[in-house]
Ligand binder design. Structure first.
Ligand code: AMP
Length: 480
């Protein structure tokens, strides 16, 4: 369900209408089906520029309407080549949209399908962790627009089920997150497979030096589109900090939720184990909560998300990777149970609320040990966050709570186990390695074909768990 109302209450400018961009009636009809009337600011900026064939570097977060900002002009441009023929040869891949996670790939694919539904253009989504066969069948039947996560895309290229030689438009969505996840080698391989003559669009919520370096390496004279200052948190989000002892944080979250009567909130935890523990604690406190992180199965994650959207769950306790790219409308509040290790994640987290112009609250808990993280955050956002007293809060002892040292040792262990051996100059990402699954830091390795996997129950790489296990970590869902 699109958060139509949110965006509608904050149009780019009431006078701007989709009709003004010269989009085809088939696209306008699809927009009407969606209930979109006015373009959002990023759409108002991006659509005419992409239609002109320019490369774009877009600073925009999920929730701004950026997907339509690039999809609509792409569909319009590709309409010139649209064919009603059933022959796959008449439907070569002309646009490739890369996303970091399965969830985002799926969301983008749903949007592209909706916007192109009255046109003869075909689109499909490919991501890891699911059977390749249906994806192969869709690719073989011919599709103009492919939405993909990088690893699975390379699998298809390797197995010759995908030909990129006629790709004229490349989109890198959430490019910063793709770099964070160690996809740079894969991205470079993919770029090298594309025709030199093409249009490139890159979207990123933050602009680190590495992102700028990547942009310089493949964008040609890009037009920069910025709907909010990069690395800035939205003005309409009220940010506060409460100083709370480490072992009182669980109770503090429950207290804040009760005190404020919060009915829909995402609480961010830096660790998977921390997310599960907090969710259990909240349940015991009578708050309807669920954890969403990489150790949850696909089904559990989608069920939790759906329950949250429906309101049967009030609190989603999430890790950064799990929460990334989730399209949850009208989220009034986010809580940082832990301050993120990387200041840019603070911007991403806070961006979950106050979306499309609505107001929101971002509450963070911190203790003495977080001083450095807090300094980094405030330096990045160029703003001192208000420190408030959590008045009336009296921490209780909870039998569920394990001693803190156990949690920190979990994190230390995962930090120790995550190597950073890439030769792609990731030194600037040093803080990230604490919470990135080591799998993401590996360059692309082809997936062994499905029948072999079934037989051996392993990926064929020294009997190690198959890619499927890791892909489940990334989430996403089979097409409904
Ligand atoms: P995105 O940032 O692309 O993930 O979009 C955020 C949400 O806004 C999605 O649910 C879209 O369906 C919705 N949306 C995008 N453009 C518009 C628009 N012009 N009017 C209303 N809703 C929109």
């Amino acid at each position: 369900m699109p958060d139509t109302q949110l965006a509608l209450t904050h149009p780019a400018a009431p006078a701007v209408r989709f009709e003004d961009f010269g989009l085809s009636p088939d696209i306008l009809r699809a927009l009407a089906d969606q209930g979109y009337i006015h373009p959002t600011p990023i759409q108002a900026e991006a659509i005419p520029i992409v239609l002109q064939g320019c490369d774009v570097m877009g600073a925009a977060q999920t929730g701004t309407g950026k997907t339509a900002g690039f999809s609509l002009p792409i569909i319009q441009l590709l309409l010139a080549h649209a064919s009603t023929s059933a022959s796959p040869a008449r439907h070569p891949v002309r646009a490739l949209i890369l996303t970091p996670t399965r969830e985002l790939a799926d969301q983008v694919a749903d949007n592209v399908k909706a916007y192109s539904r009255h046109t003869p253009l075909r689109s499909t989504v490919v991501f890891g962790g699911v059977d390749m066969a249906p994806q192969t069948a869709a690719l073989r039947s011919g599709v103009e627009i492919v939405i993909a996560t990088p690893g699975r895309l390379l699998d298809h290229v390797q197995q010759k089920t995908l030909n990129l030689s006629q790709t004229q438009i490349l989109v890198m969505d959430e490019a910063d997150r793709m770099l964070d996840m160690g996809f740079l080698p894969d991205l470079q391989r993919i770029i090298n497979m594309l025709p030199a003559q093409r249009q490139n669009l890159m979207f990123s919520a933050t602009f680190s030096p590495e992102i700028k370096k990547l942009a310089n390496s493949f964008l040609k004279n890009p037009v920069t589109i910025e709907v909010a200052r990069s690395n800035a948190t939205a003005d309409n989000v009220t940010q506060v900090l409460y100083k709370v002892e480490e072992d009182a944080k669980h109770d503090a979250v429950a207290y804040i939720i009760r005190e404020r009567g919060l009915k829909q909130v995402i609480v961010f935890s830096n660790t998977k184990i921390g997310a599960s523990r907090l969710s259990r604690h909240l349940e015991k406190e009578g708050v309807k909560a669920a954890a969403i992180h990489g150790d949850k199965t696909q089904g559990e994650r989608m069920a939790a998300l759906e329950a949250f959207k429906q309101g049967t769950i009030e609190v989603l306790v999430a890790t950064d990777v799990a929460a990334r790219g989730l399209d949850i409308a009208e989220l009034p509040c986010v809580i940082n149970f832990d301050l993120p290790y990387n200041a840019e994640d603070y911007v991403h987290r806070v961006g979950r609320t106050g979306r499309a112009g609505a107001s929101g609250d971002a509450i963070s808990l911190f203790s003495d040990k977080d001083a450095r993280l807090l300094t980094d955050i405030e330096k990045l956002i160029k703003h001192t966050i208000s420190r408030l007293q959590l008045t009336g809060f009296v921490p209780q002892r909870s039998s569920d709570r394990r001693p803190r040292y156990e949690e920190s040792s979990d994190r230390a262990a995962s930090s120790r186990s995550s190597g950073n051996s890439s030769q792609y100059g990731r030194s600037a990402y040093a803080p990230r390695k604490e919470k990135i699954d080591p799998w993401f830091l590996k360059p692309y390795e082809p997936t062994v074909p499905a029948p072999q996997q079934d037989q051996n129950g392993a990926s064929g790489q020294g009997g190690k768990p198959a890619k499927a296990k890791v892909a489940a970590l990334l989430g996403g869902m089979p097409k409904r």
